[in-house]
Design a protein around this ligand. Structure first.
Ligand SMILES: Cc1cc2nc3c(=O)[nH]c(=O)nc-3n(C[C@H](O)[C@H](O)[C@H](O)COP(=O)(O)O)c2cc1C
Length: 326
């Protein structure tokens, strides 16, 4: 099984990736948050700079519906040594979708087909796709998959929700099943693998799964992939077939978690001006990370309110001292 870290705008940039790699180093591939501008800007350059991504396999992600922009971004990325990129066909945000980009591109399949034809003809690097299964209805999936089948994708990452779902409801597993049965591409499953139990259920239903991508599950519990690897290893050792484990076996201790947190916070402090900007990033992360602590509510509330780093550290110290990583 290969484990991928999902691209998450504002969260899984190089500062988070480096800290994660240092303490957990169990991800096979990291995907950068999406790149949209035709000319790589300062922020993107910092994120993809090989100096900032050492020892990691990183795939930059592009979000556009303009073939020329895609090709131009690919050419710039090649100068940094990248030979593979990922196309975002899943972003559900209103502003992105209104311009027929991200999951909005799925609503105009003929244009999407022509876009893919152009980029696959023009680019000599590997191209993978991360997609939702439709914009307004899962009925769109059959046609979309037929389009993807025409091109030599390096892999197809499927987040089986439609744009209208945003991140709500449960993933539409029947659409993933359809892809598993009909696609010639190497598939990667993405969506709601937030626990060992959810992973076990996926593996039980789709024992052929070879790749999974995790986003919020890792942000919430950075030890999750370590646990999933242990589950896989136990089942391989017993040779009992599909893993069905749902018992949480903590592989992270509070000390490691604290060091991980401090690295991320120091990383932001080093590149951002003022407490507020650093705190903005940390607050976003705590919306996920707090969920793995016992009784997180009152600490999260205080973290969200504070505007000074000194005060922030006192709250975090108290949380780590008074609560357990559950
Ligand atoms: C805050 C946030 C930012 C995201 N940014 C991106 C992004 O830049 N590119 C992308 O393809 N998906 C993005 N996603 C979607 C995730 O990559 C992933 O598909 C989604 O969270 C479902 O997987 P999960 O249940 O493992 O989190 C984002 C999701 C969230 C919640």
């Amino acid at each position: 099984m290969k484990y991928y870290m999902a691209p998450m705008e504002g969260l899984t940039g190089y500062i988070y990736r480096n800290a994660y790699q240092k303490y957990f180093h169990d991800i096979d591939r990291y995907f950068t948050p999406f790149i949209t501008n035709k000319k790589l800007d300062f922020k993107v350059k910092k994120d993809i700079d090989p100096e900032h991504n050492q020892g990691m396999e990183v795939v930059p992600q592009i979000l556009t519906n303009q073939p020329d922009d895609f090709i131009s971004i690919v050419n710039q990325l090649k100068q940094y040594g990248y030979d593979e990129v990922n196309l975002n066909l899943g972003c559900p945000s209103g502003t992105v979708v209104a311009k027929n980009r991200g999951a909005g591109f799925l609503a105009v399949p003929d244009e999407l087909d022509s876009f893919l034809d152009k980029i696959f003809n023009a680019c000599d690097c590997k191209i993978s796709i991360k997609t939702r299964v439709g914009k307004d209805s899962p009925d769109e999936w059959e046609n979309l998959l037929a389009i993807y089948e025409k091109y030599p994708l390096s892999e197809l990452i499927v987040h089986p929700r439609i744009q209208k779902d945003f991140y709500k409801y449960t993933p539409r597993m029947e659409t993933y099943q359809y892809a598993a049965e009909h696609s010639r591409h190497s598939l990667c499953f993405n969506g709601d693998i937030h626990s060992v139990g959810a992973y076990g259920r996926l593996r039980q239903t789709f024992p052929e799964t070879e790749k999974v991508m995790l986003g919020r599950g890792i942000l919430q519990d950075p030890g999750l992939v370590g646990e999933l690897r242990m589950v896989e290893a136990q089942f391989a050792a017993k040779d009992t077939g599909t893993p069905v484990g749902n018992k949480k076996c903590n592989v992270v201790d509070k000390q490691t978690l604290r060091a991980f947190h401090d690295d991320i916070c120091d990383g932001y402090k080093g590149v951002m001006s003022g407490d507020r900007n650093t705190l903005f990033k940390m607050k976003e992360l705590w919306c996920y990370m707090s969920r793995s602590f016992t009784n997180p509510e009152k600490y999260l509330k205080k973290i969200k309110k504070t505007e000074r780093l000194a005060e922030y550290y006192v709250i975090v110290d108290t949380l780590f001292r008074e609560q357990e990583w559950s």
